[in-house]
Design a protein around this ligand. Structure first.
Ligand code: MD3
Ligand code: FE
Length: 232
């Protein structure tokens, strides 16, 4: 429901998260430059949770969540779908962008205006003007789902940022460096958080720790992450 206050959490330093009392209103604020090129807008999507979920429901009706197979033959624990003129997929042949959903044979559903507006506004405010995503990869996490440390390297132009929007249950984000062996910071992502990843943070190793059980008023027992990309 719009305007519902997220559970106050103490994990993030210096973010003022949570009101004076549990359940009291949270004022979205930011931007906060967490690291060079990694800019967090806490709660930027909070007021639009219901609208985003409505648009997402229409996308998932046309291109349902599915568990893709890695090139090594493992089933990903994260459920995925896409919207836009292209979509990211993984199968035995590798990772790539395709103009059609291999599950249905149809083009991916179009990027909703509300998605585009939010992503472009965030990129602009983070100092990346002219960001025009052609894809939104949708990740669905259930308790126990996670995403191991990886880099996103399948997009053609590395000067374009990636914008991520977190919805539903909180998750621990693993924030590494440019080299796989670099130290990994743990960082909590909450419902409504919008993160822009560009510049020096565009090719960092990152991942999501296995989701803890819980219930969220907007998404139920899951976390949904939208990542907006300029892939082609
Ligand atoms: C930093 N998604 O879809 S969002 C992914 O929560 C992905 O579903 C995670 O990693 C998720 O590839 C993390 C934050 C994120 C997304 C993309 C990035 C951080 C990033 C790309 C480059 C650097
Ligand atoms: Fe990623």
């Amino acid at each position: 429901m719009a305007g519902a206050a997220p559970t106050p959490t103490p994990e993030n330093p210096a973010n003022g998260w949570g009101g004076l009392f549990p359940g009291s209103p949270v004022i979205p604020h930011g931007p906060w430059s967490v690291r060079e090129g990694a800019i967090l807008f806490m709660g930027m999507a909070l007021g639009r949770g219901d609208e985003l979920m409505g648009a997402l429901g229409q996308i998932l009706a046309l291109a349902p969540f599915r568990h893709m197979e890695t090139p090594g033959g493992r089933r990903m624990s994260v459920a995925m779908s896409n919207c836009g003129t292209t979509g990211w997929i993984s199968d035995r042949r590798g990772y790539r962008y395709t103009d059609r959903d291999p599950m249905t044979g149809h083009p991916w559903p179009p990027l909703p205006a509300i998605f585009r507006e939010l992503a472009e506004a965030a990129a602009d405010q983070a100092g990346f003007p002219g960001f025009h995503p052609d894809v939104c990869l949708v990740n669905g996490y259930r308790p126990g789902s996670g995403l191991s440390l990886h880099q996103d390297r399948d997009e053609r132009d590395g000067s374009a940022p990636i914008v991520s929007v977190s919805l539903g249950l909180p998750a621990t984000f693993l924030f590494g460096g440019i080299k796989r062996r670099d130290p990994v910071e743990h960082f909590r992502l909450h419902h409504g958080d919008v993160f822009v990843w560009g510049g020096a943070s565009r090719y960092v190793f990152h991942g999501i720790a296995r989701l803890a059980p819980g219930h969220h008023p907007v998404t139920g027992a899951q976390r949904i992450n939208l990542t907006f990309r300029q892939a082609l």
